[in-house]
Ligand binder design. Structure first.
Ligand code: AMP
Length: 355
């Protein structure tokens, strides 16, 4: 067991790292944040930080020496970095989960291999493969980059009248994946925590509404039949078990009008759709991550309030002034100074106490 007083290393310095560090501090842990960007949100709340590139072996080696366990808050940390660190200190979740989650093709192949349903998909690396994939999957589809895509970045929707040649040119020969477009009834996500000795905590599925590919609002719990919620939870646990994951896994899913649950994406880290757990659950996703990676028993994931979490994106940051006048809204600002469009500046959770 890694005891309070010991040090947790966090790769990545964004708001997920910041909220993890705050939860770790409440349990008496220290955190050391490793991130190439100076003054990133997590560094502003931790005593120890390193500002260096993810491939700087000297800095990584020093970082590993200074910590007792390592986790990440950003899944585009290079797989080689995670492996280099894993030879020196426990990295939780492990490099394998990271490599799968950062590559949409590996992710979908893995899900298929363990019997988890997804949208139909095809790998596309040339214009010819792209045209063949559109014929196979149908004209209503989305072309996505295999790597470095998040918040709807690197995505090109396709319709029956799309100019495929021009689209492929704009895609600029990236490695791609063509996915069939899912006419979903709603999008949900499930966060599971898995600790040592197969300890589990599963949060209730939540409903996610996106605007321009970015999460805007999370309704907790999701408005889905209990049978769908139970199936979604079972799928998330099945994936975490097959990944042999210790830590957190967020699973993004589509629920179709026929009640099918299709997995869209995996994130082996805290997730934006789990921010509501800070204020509405007995144990937040961040505390749960700390407990899992340190070998502590997990806390209850149950919620004492229903919640609506809204992201404050870009200029929305100004809305904190209004939100703070409502005693049932909890405000979380990430300490970022420039409110550029599309940037997640904070979030507000409206609590609806359960009777
Ligand atoms: P992603 O980066 O894959 O999470 O995609 C961002 C958002 O785009 C998702 O949350 C959905 O709203 C939408 N989206 C992505 N893939 C699909 C798909 N195959 N069918 C329908 N909508 C999708």
């Amino acid at each position: 067991m890694i005891e309070p007083g010991q040090t947790i290393g966090i790769l990545g310095g964004g708001q997920l790292g910041r909220m993890t560090a705050l939860a770790a501090a409440a349990l008496g842990y220290r955190c050391h944040v490793y991130c190439p960007i100076k003054d990133s949100p997590a560094k502003l709340v931790t005593a120890f930080s390193t500002t260096a590139a993810y491939d700087n072996k000297l800095a990584l080696g020093r970082f590993a020496k200074s910590v007792d366990v390592i986790t990440f808050e950003f899944e585009n940390v290079p797989g080689d970095t995670a492996e280099f660190l894993a030879e020196r200190k426990p990295v939780r979740p492990g490099p394998n989960a990271l490599r799968i989650a950062q590559d949409r093709l590996k992710e979908k192949d893995f899900l298929q291999s363990i019997g988890v349903p997804t949208a139909p998909y095809r790998a596309v690396t040339t214009g010819e493969e792209f045209r063949a994939a559109v014929s196979a999957i149908g004209p209503r589809a989305i072309l996505k980059t295999v790597r470095m895509g998040y918040d709807g970045k690197g995505q090109f929707p396709i319709r029956a009248d799309s100019d495929l040649a021009a689209l492929w040119q704009r895609f600029a020969n990236n490695d791609g994946i063509l996915e069939g477009f899912v006419e979903f009834a709603c999008e949900i996500s499930v966060i599971v925590a898995r600790g040592e000795n197969n300890r589990w905590a599963t949060y209730a599925p939540v409903e996610n509404q996106h605007v321009q590919g970015i999460l805007d609002t999370t309704l907790a719990p999701a408005r889905v039949p209990s049978e769908v919620a139970m199936r979604a939870e079972a799928i998330a646990r099945h994936i975490a078990e097959k990944l042999d994951l210790i830590g957190l896994l967020a699973v993004e899913m589509f629920v179709t009008h026929r009640g099918e649950v299709l997995v869209n994406e995996l994130a082996p880290r805290p997730h934006n759709s789990g921010h509501w757990t800070i204020d509405a659950c007995y144990t937040s996703q961040f505390e749960q991550l700390v407990r899992a990676i340190c070998g502590l028993p997990l806390g209850s994931p149950d919620h004492h309030s229903d919640a609506v979490m809204r992201n404050l994106i870009g200029a929305d940051i100004a809305k904190w002034r209004e939100a703070i006048t409502d005693p049932f809204q909890k405000i979380h600002l990430y300490g970022k100074d420039v409110a550029s469009p599309g940037r997640k500046m904070g979030h507000v959770t409206k609590l609806i106490p359960r009777r």
